[in-house]
Write a protein that binds this ligand. Structure first.
Ligand SMILES: [Zn+2]
Length: 596
């Protein structure tokens, strides 16, 4: 028997979803209800149950007692009779991971809204989205299956085959722009909810190229069709913001109004648009890599507690490698521009001392407490399994290409993983730490297991200089600008301070302080507002000019405000530190083996 949910959107001013669950007759005398503590793809305990209000249950004639088990589990003595459970969910978070409701927009993940009823977990889940009384123009976008009488974009009945599918299909609602296109004969929907000026033709053209690239990569030997019947990009647009969360036939994206291609500048590829395309590419790649191929610890997901795995470097790192690489392969960026992006990634990993203190296994394993709950010390004390993981992916790709004369590549590893997923079907058990390296060894007919485990276990940079040289690319260390630790300085005099900042109403606000830097030695901390250097009032606008006029190894006074008090300290700027990485194409012939 299917279980039925209904969602009412009328309480927009209170930001409350009203949810009703109709549980049919059942065998058991007690029903067990629960809500996940986290959402797959975002590895942090979020305790969604904290937003549940007014939980109550009744059968035909009486209110039923709900027993409280723990923060996210309840039980109800029903003696097998049908019953109704009603509650409200407070929803006012714009992130892609939770739920949001106001007069302009509704969005939710099932992990925030739908209590699971254990006894019905594997049954069909029917969801009735009730048309709100206040808006004629709101439409619905979701990867949930539509009931036969529910036209696309309409309120009404949707369904999923089970609870796992229900919570894997976020729902975006509002008066949005909807774009439709086909890739490999499969309908794709791109929803833009929020203010935008996008050149939508160009957006569709570029998105299509990226989707086709990933389908060609994974489905080369399997018929060229993606593993879903339709796909939904659900994009929330805010003045500023960035994020994405992957699902099996959709993704929830968050970006800013100006990340889209400008209709007046058809030739321009802005940094914002490049980043958006790379996000689209990233989430779409996850359809295969983590939504289906996944670590053994995630088969099935255990959503009550943390689910520890040592393999996130592969799932996020390989996906991150391909998100940019596919921009080059589809002709959206040139190889030279791709190398610039790669250089920035290496620079990010090198910045701070994080990679000297945490290895990739630890980075994956402790994502719950460290990566997802980063403190002011993150740059110095942890390494990202996204960025460093993408460098391991680069190492794997180039190692395979080198050993096989580029007849094989990391693409073949991904296809092997995918073939295993398809062949095992319901018996798929997920990957283990050595799954990938075993495939690589077989592909190259040699054993690089020891080198591979060094990359995962060592607290040191991934050795790429010689490998890149084999592909005609020179890796060079260069100094950064004083005002930006990720921008290469072309000036001879470019003093080093070792921190990052953002604009502030009062001077500039320190966002990161690198270990052993002049700024750290001057006692400056994250969140301090630097207001003057050498008695000159500083702002984001004049900071470079002020610093570039200072002499090396000479004492200056740096003034900042912390907790409402003025602090003056001595600071000495030092000579430029070669901390950034620049990748340059020096041998086009050799690079061909990477470009294939
Ligand atoms: Zn990802």
């Amino acid at each position: 028997m299917p279980i039925k949910y209904s969602v009412n959107f009328d309480d927009v001013n209170k930001h409350l979803f009203n949810v009703k669950v109709e549980v049919p007759k059942h065998q058991e005398s007690i029903l067990n209800l629960s809500l996940p503590a986290w959402i797959p793809g975002s590895y942090m305990i979020r305790d969604f149950s904290k937003n549940i209000i007014n939980l109550n249950a009744k059968n035909k004639s009486d209110n039923l007692t709900i027993d409280l088990i723990d923060k996210q589990n309840w039980s109800i003595q029903t003696n097998g009779a049908s019953c109704t459970v009603e509650y409200q969910v407070y929803a006012f978070d714009s992130s892609v991971r939770t739920a949001y409701l106001d007069q302009n927009r509704a969005f939710f993940n099932g992990t925030s809204l739908f209590l699971s009823v254990k006894e019905f977990k594997n049954e069909t889940h029917i969801v009735n989205l009730i048309k709100p009384s206040f808006s004629e123009s709101w439409k619905v976008a979701t990867g949930l299956q539509r009931a036969s009488k529910t036209p696309v974009y309409s309120f009404g009945k949707y369904f999923s085959d089970d609870y796992a599918e229900l919570i894997d299909c976020p729902v975006e609602i509002g008066d949005f722009t909807h774009l439709e296109f086909e890739v490999a004969g499969t309908p794709h929907y791109l929803i833009l909810n929020g203010k935008h000026y996008a050149d939508t033709d160009r957006l569709i053209k570029d998105t299509t190229k990226l989707c086709q690239h990933h389908i060609d990569l994974f489905e080369k030997d399997t018929g060229g069709k993606p593993p879903f019947d339709e796909y939904w990009f659900l994009t929330n647009i805010l003045p500023s913001g960035f994020g994405g969360l992957e699902h099996k036939n959709s993704t929830a994206l968050l970006c800013s109004t100006f990340d889209f291609p400008n209709i007046n500048k058809p030739e321009e590829l802005s940094d914002g648009y490049k980043t958006l395309l790379s996000l689209i590419s990233h989430e779409y790649f996850h359809n295969w890599n983590v939504c289906r191929i996944k670590p053994e610890e995630f088969v099935p997901y255990s959503l009550n507690n943390e689910s520890y795995t040592k393999q996130l470097w592969a799932y996020e790192g390989i996906t991150s490698y391909y998100d940019d690489f596919s921009l080059f392969r589809t002709g959206i960026v040139s190889f030279e521009d791709y190398l610039k992006l790669k250089g920035k990634t290496i620079s990010r990993v090198n910045r701070g001392n994080g990679q000297l203190k945490q290895n990739l296994i630890e980075s994956s394993f402790y994502t719950w407490t460290k990566f997802y709950q980063q403190g002011a010390d993150a740059t110095n004390n942890i390494v990202s399994y996204y960025t460093k993981g993408s460098l391991v992916a680069l190492w794997l790709d180039l190692t395979i290409r080198k050993a096989t004369g580029a007849t094989k590549s990391l693409d073949d590893v991904m296809r092997t993983l995918w073939a295993e997923f398809i062949n095992k079907g319901a018996d798929y058990k997920g990957t283990q730490l050595d799954t990938i390296i075993n495939i690589v060894n077989e592909l190259i007919s040699s054993d690089v297991t020891a080198e591979f485990y060094q990359l995962l276990n060592d607290k040191s940079p991934v050795p790429l200089t010689e490998l890149l040289a084999d592909f005609g690319v020179e890796l060079k260390q260069v100094p950064s600008k004083a005002a930006s630790l990720l921008e290469v300085s072309s000036e001879e005099h470019s003093p080093y301070l070792g921190f990052m900042f953002k604009e502030s109403a009062l001077g500039i606000t320190v966002t990161q302080v690198l270990e052993n830097s002049p700024v750290e030695q001057a006692g400056i901390s994250v969140q301090d507002n630097i207001i003057a250097i050498d008695n000159i009032v500083v702002s984001k606008g004049n900071f470079s000019d002020v610093v570039n006029n200072l002499e090396l190894e000479k004492n200056y006074i740096i003034s900042c405000v912390r907790n409402g008090e003025l602090l003056n300290s001595d600071i000495q700027v030092t000579a430029p530190v070669n901390e950034l990485i620049e990748l340059t194409l020096v041998d086009i012939e050799k690079s061909k083996n990477w470009k294939k």
